[in-house]
Design a protein around this ligand. Structure first.
Ligand SMILES: [Zn+2]
Length: 283
């Protein structure tokens, strides 16, 4: 499931082919994904210029010259593919339409953007740009991890008296936008905190220390995604998925990567989802 760094990588990969370009033709090949597409979606997209591509949490928004924004969520298995674009010295030819290619956008620069989603948990909607933040899916989302509204004071206030595990608190999208299971595991490892510690039991200093660690972990992943973008011309044009070395996530039973630590990564299940941590480094 894509998390914030993967979504940001997709956004950055789409930017050179979409921003400033016109959608010559939109092909919408089924009536719905997770939910029904908006009415006349293909018509409303066709002929529109893409003014700006931005990200809010795990959503991508394409602001259009029509005053509407295309809201995209990749869901569990959604993939964006770019073809026909000049990237480095390579030109990606348009592949034949594949199974699960649900929405195809042909841009005036010659690029084709294809949204493929086998499991169809993704979504697309069109909404007025001016009130985009009030969309039901966006309205309740908390501050962006890289934004000024997310800071030490904010997190200390949110954690105060909270009787939920620190992991659950960091997954709470009202506290910070876009963090998921994988990156929370990495943040807590670097913070030296067990994922089942109660958020309200942390000292203010421990809570404050999470803010720069969250940014650091996401930043490194976005950087890794950026280097994957330079390689995607050699693959099938798929954006956003990349090899990233996790220190604890998915490493149950393996030696802890902290130099000198003799611990092994353990897995526990919290709220039905796996948590990975080193019982020696994380207290
Ligand atoms: Zn350790």
């Amino acid at each position: 499931m894509p998390e914030l760094p993967e979504v940001e990588t997709v956004r950055r990969g789409l930017e050179p082919v979409m921003t400033g370009a016109r959608i010559l033709q939109a092909d919408v090949r089924r009536p719905d994904l997770r939910w029904a597409f908006p009415e006349r979606m293909a018509e409303r997209l066709t002929g529109a210029d893409v003014l700006r591509l931005r990200r809010r949490s795990k959503y991508i928004l394409a602001d259009l010259s029509t005053g509407e924004s295309l809201l995209v969520h990749l869901g569990m298995s959604g993939r964006m593919l770019v073809s026909g674009a000049m990237l480095g010295q390579f030109v990606q030819n348009h592949p034949a339409p594949a199974k699960h290619d649900h929405v195809v956008l042909d841009m005036d620069g010659g690029a084709r953007v294809t949204f493929n989603d086998a499991r169809r948990f993704g979504m697309m909607d069109l909404l007025p740009t001016a009130t985009a933040e009030q969309h039901p899916l966006l309205a309740g989302i908390g501050p962006e991890p890289f934004g000024n509204d997310f800071n030490e004071e904010w997190l200390i206030q949110r954690f105060k008296g909270r009787k939920t595990p620190v992991k659950s608190a960091l997954l709470d999208q009202k506290i910070v936008a876009g963090l998921g299971n994988i990156y929370v595991a990495e943040v807590l490892f670097r913070a030296g905190l067990r994922p089942d510690r109660l958020a309200g039991d942390l000292t203010e200093a421990q809570t404050a220390a999470l803010v720069p660690l969250i940014r650091q972990v996401l930043d490194e992943a976005i950087l890794a995604g950026g280097s994957s973008l330079r390689d995607y011309r050699q693959s099938d044009g798929e954006l956003g998925y990349f090899q990233h070395a996790f220190r604890v996530y998915g490493r149950e039973g393996q030696p802890c990567p902290t130099p000198g630590c003799t611990g092994h990564v353990e897995r526990i299940v919290q709220s039905g989802r796996s948590s990975f941590y080193c019982p020696q480094c994380q207290r």
